[in-house]
Design a protein around this ligand. Structure first.
Ligand code: ZN
Length: 159
């Protein structure tokens, strides 16, 4: 996208519970790509890379705190970087039920998270690409529901 001049200002929003360490490292010297990661401070990777914006969260972080931090960060990041394209990693390992993630979001909180990201893109008229991320809740249905919510919300907001 950058090479073909299809995009000049990319924003990567990584809300998987594990830090977006790969993209942070790959794009650390690429000014056209802004990496934003919100993740469990005590989740893997234990040695974090430096994203353009990292928000490490305490164990047991719940919906309200999470969503307030996210919404504030989205406002700031869109203002600072003014992206023309967004990549969104929508891991559902932020759920309280997750076996690996140390955060404590409800399924509805996870859905509200997706809504916040999509609404920011809609407000700024920025196209978005969504990738599913991790999900390690013991009940498969929980993972499937949370992933499906991402797409349900996108359908409701964009179509
Ligand atoms: Zn993960």
């Amino acid at each position: 996208m950058l090479t073909n001049n299809l995009s000049n200002r990319i924003l990567i929003i990584d809300l998987d519970v594990h830090q977006g360490n790969g993209t942070a490292e790959i794009f650390q010297n690429e000014q056209r790509v802004f990496t934003f990661s919100m993740h469990g401070a005590k989740n893997f990777p234990f040695r974090k890379e430096k994203s353009d914006l990292d928000i490490p969260l305490d164990d047991g972080t719940t919906d309200e705190i999470y969503l307030n931090l996210l919404k504030e960060a989205l406002i700031n990041v869109f203002k600072i970087h003014q992206p023309d394209f967004v990549f969104y990693l929508a891991g559902v390992d932020v759920l309280a039920t997750d076996n690996l993630g140390k955060l404590a979001l409800t399924k509805n909180g996870c859905k509200q998270r997706d809504i916040a990201v999509f609404e920011a893109c809609l407000q700024h008229q920025i196209p978005i690409q969504v990738s599913m991320g991790g999900g390690y809740s013991p009940t498969i249905k929980t993972i499937v529901d949370a992933h499906c919510n991402t797409f349900r919300v996108a359908r409701d907001l964009f179509y």
